[in-house]
Write a protein that binds this ligand. Structure first.
Ligand code: PMP
Length: 431
């Protein structure tokens, strides 16, 4: 597949944009380097690049695009919003309407606040938890990603009871020392950390179903145990549902799994493809936020009519009958097809899937936490990624990401992807 225009645009981009990309996850560094594909148009389940190549898209823009690209209902909502002015700096009726829609879907959001990204949403929940509890420390889980604010760019220390170390230059040791990282699906480590640091812990932050080291579900009772241990320690439970809200069901992972946090951070799907974030939770906790309380958070762009209109339109699409059944049906078809490919070959691989989201790891053993996911073979993934791309299948250029199916995908797209995977596995095996 020729991608000369992409290559030339990437060269130009590198002269003007740091690393040639506006988010590091878009670079092809982890898959052998080279030029990322410059897409020109997205339509339903498909992408068309600047060289005129067509792709079936399983990236879904890292999660938000659950309706497929350029869904007509969302496009119309954005167009109408643009005609009425894109930013007011005043409250609007739309914000009320959207807040009610979100609360109906995720009842633990007694009060919400709209922001502009998942990063902002999570960052603020931590500030609010600190303001509410008067404590400083944060416990999070290894491999979960919560955006790029300082506090969550902290890596695990040498054990579950040790303080973290900076995961990015520019994050200070002082900040890292406020964060403790424990393994996912390991209640004993959480208990140990809370035992050691409990009186200082403001919150335990978790992706209730992990999306950032592939799709990893909590084991039975794990989320309940987080609630129990955290509340015993006098701290708050925060769910980062930036990926999971409206991905698996009309509502959050908390609605699917019937476990309720104190606060929730949202983003991605709720913006229908435009920039957005939101956070919310119990009324008395949320009343710590300005103008009612002492925790400050503000935003010029927050609640802008374009993002809110796109979000409302996206949820309206997701309210239709059969949406999540379709995602389940296509997800099962993809899993079954890929499993047959794995069974037909000798490459070590395993699949995690929930409804329309799936990760193919190049490791033979089950993946239940970050260490398991990390064993996925970098070289095999890189070969697989490039061979899929050359056959017109667009995946995320990282072994830790999920394939996202949208409601625009059809059976034929799944069959094509499986056929491409069969070919890719055969080629890799021959090398
Ligand atoms: N939380 C989770 C679980 C995420 O996956 C992401 C982004 N991938 C974020 C937070 C940050 O969101 P954003 O990129 O919109 O800032």
């Amino acid at each position: 597949m020729k991608r000369t225009q992409s290559e030339s645009l990437y060269k130009d981009a590198c002269c003007h944009i740091v690393g040639g990309v506006n988010s590091p996850s878009r670079s092809f560094k982890a898959v052998g380097g080279g030029s990322p594909v410059f897409m020109e148009k997205g339509e339903g389940a498909y992408f068309y690049d600047v060289d005129g190549n067509k792709y079936i898209d399983f990236l879904g823009a890292y999660g938000p695009i659950i309706t497929g690209h350029a869904h007509p209902h969302i496009t119309e909502a954005i167009t109408n919003a643009a005609h009425n002015g894109t930013l007011y700096g005043t409250p609007t009726r739309l914000e009320n309407q959207f807040a009610v829609l979100l609360k109906e879907a995720i009842p633990s959001l007694e009060k919400v606040r709209f922001v502009n990204s998942g990063t902002e949403a999570v960052m603020t929940t931590i500030r609010v938890a600190r303001a509410y509890t008067g404590r400083n420390k944060v416990i999070k889980f290894a491999g979960c990603y919560h955006g790029h604010s300082d506090l969550v760019l902290v890596a695990a220390g040498s054990g579950p009871s040790t303080l973290g170390s900076p995961d990015s230059a520019g994050v200070t040791e002082n900040i890292a020392e406020e964060v403790i990282t424990v393994p996912f699906n390991d209640p004993n480590s959480l208990e140990e950390a809370l035992h050691k640091w409990g009186d200082d812990v403001a919150c335990v932050l978790v992706e209730p179903i992990v999306g950032n080291f592939g799709i990893v579900e909590p084991e039975a009772g794990f989320l309940e145990k987080i609630n129990e241990l955290t509340h015993q320690a006098g701290a708050l439970v925060i769910y980062d549902e930036v990926i999971t809200a409206f991905r698996f069901t009309y509502g959050g992972a908390q609605d699917l799994l019937q476990v309720t946090p104190d606060m929730t951070a949202l983003g991605k799907i709720i913006g229908g493809g435009l920039p957005i974030g939101a956070y919310g939770g119990k009324t008395d906790i949320m009343e710590s936020v300005a103008p009612l309380g002492p925790a400050y958070q503000a935003g010029t762009m927050s609640g802008n009519p374009a993002s809110i209109s796109a979000g409302i339109a996206c949820l309206e699409v997701l309210q239709q009958d059969g949406i999540y059944e379709k995602l389940e049906r296509l997800g099962a078809l993809l899993e079954e097809g890929l499993q047959t490919v794995i069974d037909n070959h000798s490459l070590p691989a395993t699949i995690n899937r929930l409804r329309g989201a799936l990760t193919l790891y190049f490791t033979p053993s089950p993946v239940k936490n970050y260490d398991d996911a990390d064993k996925s073979d970098d070289i095999l993934f890189s070969k697989f990624f490039n061979k899929m791309l050359d056959q017109g299948i667009n995946l995320a250029p990282s072994k830790y990401e999920a394939w996202f199916i949208t409601i625009a995908h059809e059976e034929k797209d799944i069959y094509k992807a499986v056929e491409a995977a069969e070919h890719a596995f055969s080629e890799i095996e021959k090398e």
